[in-house]
Structure formats: structure tokens, C-alpha cells
Design a binder for this molecule. Sequence first.
Ligand SMILES: *Cc1c(COP(=O)(O)O)cnc(C)c1O
Length: 263
Amino acid sequence: ICDKYAHIYNYEGGGVSFNSGVSCRLVDGDRGTMTAEQVAAAINPPDFYHSPLTTLVSIENTANKGGGTCWNFSELQAIKKVCANNGLKYHLDGARLWNAMVEMKETPLQYGELFDTISVCLSKGLGCPVGSLLLGAKEQMDKAIRIRKIFGGGMRQSGFLAAAAIYALDNHIERLAEDHKKAKEIGAALAAKSFIKKVEPIETNIVIFEIDESFMTSDQFVHKLIEKNILIIGMGQGKLRMVTHLDYTNDMHEELLKQLASF
Ligand SMILES: *Cc1c(COP(=O)(O)O)cnc(C)c1O
């Protein structure tokens, strides 16, 4: 069970089915988040011949396609209860978990206590060149390491990457608040423009917006930005996305705001 915007469903080439032989039951949530009631309603009846057996709930925090949405922690706790009552595992896709924790003033311990497994990306907001980690109890991790080997993902030379990760964990977490501030400033600059139809609420470092196509198409807007040496790509369905991060500097930010103001 996951939200219809979930990265694992939309952006991994169907790997969830190809690699793991499972199907996703999608929930029609709100900006990438779902309620405990919606999760409970998505559990298949205990019918061993027809419906797929429900085994896992996966949530994404922050929710990328939802616009960097932060979950309400009490909803995550309510979903945990639904999982416990129905014998389901509970996974957190925490590619951007630190953005959520900085914004909502939450702690890693809170999340560790709630979930069976957590995946995190070191290469997104934290700025490492590469790297994702899976966290969980020892027996599950022993199993995961074996599956990683089977998938060809074993790596003997990971110390260099671990060093980058340790540096990022020590130095790049608090500064995520700066990325969030910049994202809100970009959102305000866009919202001030008559040719912008909609800017999704900005909670963390992701800005998703739409062009009023009676002024210009989103492709035309992307090309106008390219002329100013600002490169962005669309997300489809007329949606455009900008993400602030470690390598997006103050100078770049000032330049972008200046260029947007001049449109
Ligand atoms: C990037 C991303 C992933 C996958 O990370 P990998 O480093 O490619 O394994 C998973 N979930 C979300 C939400 C992501 O943004």
C-alpha cells in the first residue's frame, strides 16, 4: 500500500514488481500523504485465492511529487497502529527525511521507533556524490544484504562513500533550513508573476508550479529560462519543479530571483 505519487511506484521502472514480484495498491492521498483510514480501507480482504495479500505499507517523507510535503507525525503513528493490527510491515522511504525532520523539528529516534525499515538518500539534500542506505533490525538487514548481493549491488570499496556520508551527517543537516528558506523565496517570486497559474504550497526544498498556458506553454517558459542560462525540466502534465540544495549557492539564488523578476 502506497500513495499514488510514491517514488517507488512512479520512478523506479516498475522495479517493485520486476525485482520483488509485488503489486502496489495505490491510495488517492493528499499531496503524497494518506490517512490511517485510507490505509485501512486499502487492505485487501483475507481471501487466499483472489486478491493479492497485503503485506506492507510504504510512506514517503518528505513526499517528492507532492511538493516536498511533510507528514503529520500523529498520522504516521495512527498508520503504525493499522499496520500492527493487521500484521503489516511499515516502511519509510526517507530519501528526504532530514528535510522533514529539520522542518518539523523531529528526531531520528522518533522515526526509528516507528518503522520496520527506513531508506535514506545521502545524495539529495545532504549533498553526497552518491549513496542510499537501508536501516532496520539486524535479522532484516542480514536478509537485505543477501538480496543486495543477488541484485548485483554489493560493493567492497564503499569506505570512500561512507566518509562522504559521515561528513554530510556531521555538517549538512542544520543547513537544510537555508534550502527551505530559498525555496519559499523562489515560490514567492513565481507567485508574483501573472503568467504563473499555481504554485504548490512550499514546505521544504521543492517548488512545484504551473504556467498559465494562455500566456505561454511550460515548454516556452523552460526555453526562456535556458536563454538566461537557468536549466530546468518539466515533471509532465504541465508541472515544473525546482529543488534547492547544497550546491545551489546564494549567488545562483540571487541571479534566479533577479531573472524571474525581470520576466
Ligand atoms: C531518489 C529517491 C529514491 C531512490 O534513491 P536511490 O539513491 O536511487 O536508491 C527513493 N525515493 C525517493 C523519494 C527518492 O527521491
